[in-house]
Write a protein that binds this ligand. Sequence first.
Ligand SMILES: [Zn+2]
Length: 458
Amino acid sequence: VSAGALPARGIRPLVISGVTVIAMDGRRPVRDRSVLIDGGVIRAIAAAGELESAGADVLPAHGRYLLPGLADMHVHYWEPWDHALYLASGVTLVRNMAGAAFHLAMARRVLQGLEPGPHVVTASPLIDGIGDDGETIWPNVQLLVQPEKAERLVERYAGEGYQQIKAYSWLRLDVLAALGRAAASRGLRLTGHCPEGVSYEQAMDAGLSCFEHLAGIEVGHMADGQRPAVRRRLDAASWSRHGLRAWVGQVDLAAIRGLAGRMAAAQVWNCPTLALAHAASRRPAEALADPRLRYVPPATVAAWASPPDLDEWLDLRRRRLDTLRDVVSVLHAEGAPLLAGTDASNPFVLPGFSLHRELEELVAAGLSPHDALRCATSEAARFLGQSAQWGTVAVGRRAELLLLRADPLHDLRTLREPEAVFVNGYHLARPDLDRLLQARAAWARPASCQPPLMARST
Ligand SMILES: [Zn+2]
C-alpha cells in the first residue's frame, strides 16, 4: 500500500445516516441519528432524514453504531508502519511516552493531513536519575541529578513542542519535585513512573499527576507493615524473585482505597497498562500461537520469546495481574480517573489490538464497558485538556469516529473489526483497513523492503 492506494482526504461532506450514536458524553445511546461530517469536523447531528437532502454524500448506517475514535494513552511509537495496526483497530490518537524529534515530526505530518494518523501526542524524552550501578535504566535518555537544572530542561522540551514531561524510575524525590515545579510553571503535565522507593503520595506532592503501570503503588501500602522491594538496577532476576513474590497478594487494598480517594480529590490519573501485565503473564508458547503475530517481523518475535518459561515465574505474573485488577477496581470505585493505555510495542503488546485487550482488562477489573470506553475516549481527551476538540460525538468535535457493526457496550469485541474509521479528514472503509493490514503483514515478512507509508524522519 502506498499513500496513493488509500482514499484521498475527504473533500465532500458526508452524512452518516440512521446510525445509533454512542456519544461517550454520559448520555445514553441515541438511535436513528444522522451525523454530517465535513472537513474532518462533525457539523450537525439530527434525527435521521433531516440532513440527507442537502446534497452531501450519504452513507447508510442503519443498525450500525457510531463511537468516538479510541486513544491509546501509553505507547512507544517508533515504527511508522504501526500506523496500519492503530488505524485498523480504531485507534485515532496515541500518547507516545518516550519522545524524540521523530515523534514531533510525525505529529506535525498528521496535523498537516499528510498522513491519516493516528494523531500523536508525545511526552518528552525520558528523564531519569542513576541507579546503584551508576547508570540510567535505559541508555541514551536524559539524566537529571541536579534539581537546579530542571527548569532549563523543561523550558527546552516545552520549546521543542513536547506536551508532557516524562519522569522515570531512578529520579530522586527532590529532582522530581523540581521537575514538578518547572512543568507546572510551563503549564505542562508531569507524567511517568513513580520513582523507586517513593510513595504515590510523595510523588503527587512533588507534582506527578499521571502514574504509569501502577508501578510502585505498593510503596507505603503493604499489608502488615511490610516493606516492598526497592529496585535500584534493571535486574529482571531480582525483580521476579524478590519483587514479585513480596508484591503479590501483599498489597493492602484498604490503604490503596485511601490513596484512591486522595487521587480522586486531586484528579490525579493512573494509566494501569494491564495489557502489558497480561502479555507478561502468558506462557511463550501461548503467546506465540497468536495469529496476529503475522504483523510482526519474525526476528522481533524471536527476541520477544526469550524469557524463561518458568512455572513459578508465570504463577507470580498471573497473580500480579489479578492484584493489579484489584487495585484498578479500588481506584475506579473511589473515583480516581483512569486512562486506557497499553505500553505497545513491548513484547507481545501489539499496537492497536492491545488497546482492545486493555479495555477488556478494565472490564475484568470491574468497570462497565461504557466506563472502560470512556478511559479511551472522553476521559483521555479531558486528561489532555482537549475535550472541546475530540473524545465525544458532538457538533464541533473532530470527526474521529468508528462505525461499528454491533453495540460495543454489549460486546467490546466488535471493536476488533470496525466497518469504517474516520480520522483526520480521511474516511477509511473496511476494505481500506484490510489493505492496510495486508500491507503491514507484507512489510513484516522477512526480506521485505516495503517502503513505509510514512517516511521515518531522521
Ligand atoms: Zn512505556
